[in-house]
Design a protein around this ligand. Structure first.
Ligand SMILES: [Fe+2]
Ligand SMILES: [Fe+2]
Length: 263
């Protein structure tokens, strides 16, 4: 996907870029790219004028890190009883093009099923919350997956900023174009990278970032079908349904099932 720097900056609002930390800028770019992929007509939007930008910024009523389920008031189909991960993909995460493309790349290149599942799940928590999504995502899935899967999801947020030629992961050229060559990740990201790099599970996380780079393709639709068996083998679907199983993260699933509940 080609990212138009001006169009991207226009979505941030007047003066917003200067006020944001480097990590926030990178997060915002990833959300923007996923948004462009999810909204088929998003790329046809004309960049706004300075006045329109200022107006938009003043009218913004949600924080940027708010999950997509909370920034839209579109009607949501009720979740079935005993909701499964597939139900959430179909009714809450759809179209989920980015994660499906990334899992598909892992599948097509013969990577382990655990990696395919990690790719499939890695950014889905952005429907709930975007800020620090690696950490939120790891927590959301931890009760239901092999520990290496949630661990990998947690650290992919930091690894994006650090190249590893041995795996073919290069520092995204786009970060240089958008943020400048002097871009430095925040200290907690640098510390997370250092820890992850020296860990025996490093590749669990690294492969998520590798597959990520193949997953911003316009016009490529992948369905959930090729992953159903892998989910069946590696995702511990609770019989009561996600949200009803009293797991440490059941409340997060209930929140995504019904984001309109007032309390
Ligand atoms: Fe991500
Ligand atoms: Fe991603």
């Amino acid at each position: 996907m080609e990212v138009d720097r001006r169009a991207f900056l226009a979505t941030l609002g007047v003066g917003a870029l200067e006020r944001m930390s480097p990590e926030d800028k990178a997060e915002e770019l990833e959300h923007y790219m996923i948004h462009m992929l999810e909204e088929e007509h998003a790329e046809k939007e004309e960049p706004l004028s300075e006045d329109e930008l200022e107006e938009q910024e003043q009218e913004r009523t949600a924080r940027r890190g708010t999950g997509s389920l909370f920034t839209s008031t579109r009607e949501l189909e009720p979740m079935p009883l005993n909701a499964t991960l597939e139900d959430f993909f179909r009714l809450r995460f759809a179209p989920a093009r980015h994660v499906l493309q990334s899992a598909n790349h892992a599948l097509q290149t013969g990577q382990p099923e655990r990696t395919i599942l990690a790719c499939l799940l890695h950014d889905t928590v952005q429907n709930l919350i975007k800020v620090d999504h690696g950490y939120w995502g790891a927590q959301l899935f931890a009760p239901y997956v092999d520990e290496r899967v949630s661990w990998g999801i947690q650290y992919h947020q930091a690894l994006r900023f650090y190249p590893d030629e041995s795996t073919g992961y290069e520092y995204p050229e786009m970060y240089n174009r958008i943020f400048g060559e002097d871009y430095v990740p925040e200290p907690y990201i640098a510390a997370a990278y250092k820890y992850c790099r020296a860990h025996k599970w490093y590749m669990e996380s690294r492969l998520i970032t590798v597959n990520d780079t193949y997953a911003f393709q316009d016009g490529v639709d992948v369905t959930i079908e090729p992953f159903i068996d892998i989910i069946g083998r590696h995702f511990k679907q609770p019989k009561e349904g996600l949200g009803n199983d009293n797991s440490p993260t059941a409340h997060m699933w209930r929140t995504m099932a019904d984001p309109d509940r007032p309390l």
